[in-house]
Structure formats: C-alpha cells, structure tokens
Design a protein around this ligand. Structure first.
Ligand SMILES: [Zn+2]
Length: 149
C-alpha cells in the first residue's frame, strides 16, 4: 500500500528526514555546468546561438540603463530590451574585438591577393607578355597593340 501511494504521490508520504538528506546530498553533489542556466551575452542569439548579434538602435535611459534593438544576422531575428550599462559596454567591447578581427582578416586577404598579382605581373613581364598599351586608359585601349605583320 505504501509503495503504491509513493508512486501516485511521490512526495506525499516521504519521511521528512529523507527530504532533508536529499537536500544535503544535492548540496554536496555539484550540478554540472552544462545544465546551469547562464545569462547570454548580448552578442549571442537566443534563437540560433549565433555569436554575431548586433545592435541596430539604442537609447540611454535616465536611470543609466540602455534600451537596445538587436538583430541577429544569421537567423534575422529582431530583439529589443533594456539592459544595464555594464552589459552594453561588454557588447561594445565584443563588437570592437570583432571589428579588429575582421579588419585583420581583410588586410591579410589583401596582402595575399596583392602578392599573387605581383607574381603574375612579374611572370608576364619576364615573358614579354605585357606592354605599355596594357596600361592605356579608355575603352578598347588594350586593343591598340598592333597585330603581328
Ligand atoms: Zn539568430
């Protein structure tokens, strides 16, 4: 009889000392970090977990908080809310780091492409494939080179 009632009402007939023991055990056994809820950064999208959420509009409020409109570029979700100045500063810092990483990547790509262009130009000059008329201006300027007799 007691086992049946425990199944129907699992907490009704439990000895209070057992509940206390369960609470003590829960305090001793740490909950894994993965199941603990954590406050998302403002740069993280709650819909698709993209780390690239960007503010599109913002307004400082008299109480020091900031009202922001945010957009996720990956899933196109729009969000708005009022956040502490500290969280908005953190978002600004992350955006600055992202801009710096993007700029470094762009400059690296430009250097690689310019080096390839330089090698192609040097190879063309070495084989006498490039003449002054290749650098003339205007439409059809490249076709002014006389054809071989
Ligand atoms: Zn998203």
């Amino acid at each position: 009889m007691a086992a049946f009632s425990v199944l129907v009402h699992p907490y009704r007939e439990v000895d209070p000392r057992m509940r206390s023991a369960a609470r003590q055990l829960a305090r001793l056994v740490p909950v894994p970090r993965s199941v603990r809820p954590r406050l998302l950064d403002l740069s993280e999208c709650p819909h698709c977990a993209s780390p690239y959420v960007q503010p599109t509009d913002g307004k400082a409020l008299p109480d020091g908080r900031v009202s922001l409109t945010l957009r996720c570029p990956d899933c196109s979700a729009w969000m708005s809310g009022t956040f502490s100045a500290e969280r908005v500063r953190e978002l600004d810092r992350e955006l600055s780091l992202g801009r710096a990483a993007l700029r470094a990547s762009y400059e690296r790509a430009v250097r690689v492409n310019m080096a390839r262009e330089l090698h192609a130009l040097a190879a063309g000059l070495a084989r006498d494939l490039i003449g002054p008329d290749d650098f003339s201006r205007g439409p059809g300027a490249a076709r002014t080179r006389p054809t071989s007799p």
